[in-house]
Structures are given as C-alpha cells and as structure tokens.
Design a protein around this ligand. Structure first.
Ligand code: DUR
Ligand code: ZN
Length: 130
C-alpha cells in the first residue's frame, strides 16, 4: 500500500474518536515519528469553545508528552470536499517540532490529496529565541 493511502487511513481512523458535540466536524491527524511510531490525534472541543484542541496539536502533544519529538510526516483528514488545511495555531506548533521541509499530507473525505510542507504552510515563522 502506498504511504499516502496508509496515512489517509490512519488520519481518518483518528477522526473517528473526535469529540465534536458543538461543530460536528471531526478531524483526524496521524503523525509519523522518526522512530516509526504513529501518533494519532483528534479534535477535542469544549463548552467554552476557545479551549478546543485541534487534531494536529493533539497528535503533537501526545507524541511530545510520550518523549518523542522527531517527526517524518503528518497526515490530516477532514470531512471536507477539498483537502483540509490546518489552522494558524497548529501551523505554529508544527514549526516548533518539525523541519520546514517535512511533508504535510492533507486529505478530504473522498481521499483527495494535497501534499505540502511545514515551511510552505507557515513561511517566515517565529522561531525559538536562542
Ligand atoms: O485543521 C483543523 C481545522 C479545524 N479543526 C477543528 C477545530 C474544531 O473542533 C472544528 C471546527 O473548526 O475543527 C481541527 O481539528 N483541525
Ligand atoms: Zn488547529
């Protein structure tokens, strides 16, 4: 099976446990670590809407809090007609842990694919102060 089909399935599976009583818009992310582990994330909403955590950040935070912070790629699935596109907050969080050339695969519900990179999604981004 090609890598993007496997990634699509893992991201779609992640969306199946999304907690979305307010938007009814499930999103899933599958983050592939350099060590081969897969971290799946879903969006988790809250009655106080601004506290919602997107699928992408859930996946990253699961990985980092498991001691894994080096990644090869991420796939993001949304129940959309066009491939989903991550929000600004998630783009900034991705730049913290992923190289600018890391592939980001965006999937629609029918499996349409767009392949981009972390750097393309957020050019000239804020970097850690050194
Ligand atoms: O890339 C995205 C875009 C949106 N959402 C979530 C946030 C909220 O729960 C719902 C509607 O915005 O989708 C994500 O998880 N990832
Ligand atoms: Zn987001």
């Amino acid at each position: 099976m090609s890598e993007d089909i496997e990634l699509f399935k893992q991201a779609r599976e992640a969306a199946s446990v999304a907690y979305v009583p307010y938007s009814h818009f499930p999103v899933g992310a599958a983050l592939i670590a350099k060590n081969g582990l897969v971290f799946q994330g879903c969006n988790i909403e809250n009655a106080s809407f601004g506290l919602t955590n997107c699928a992408e950040r859930t996946a990253i935070f699961k990985a980092v809090s498991s001691g894994v912070s080096e990644f090869d790629m991420i796939g993001i699935y949304g129940e959309t007609d066009e491939p989903i596109s991550p929000c600004g907050a998630c783009r900034q969080v991705l730049t913290e842990f992923c190289s600018d050339d890391m592939p980001v695969w965006l999937f629609s519900k029918s499996g349409d694919v767009k392949k981009t990179t972390v750097g393309e999604l957020l050019p000239y981004h804020f970097k850690k102060i050194t």
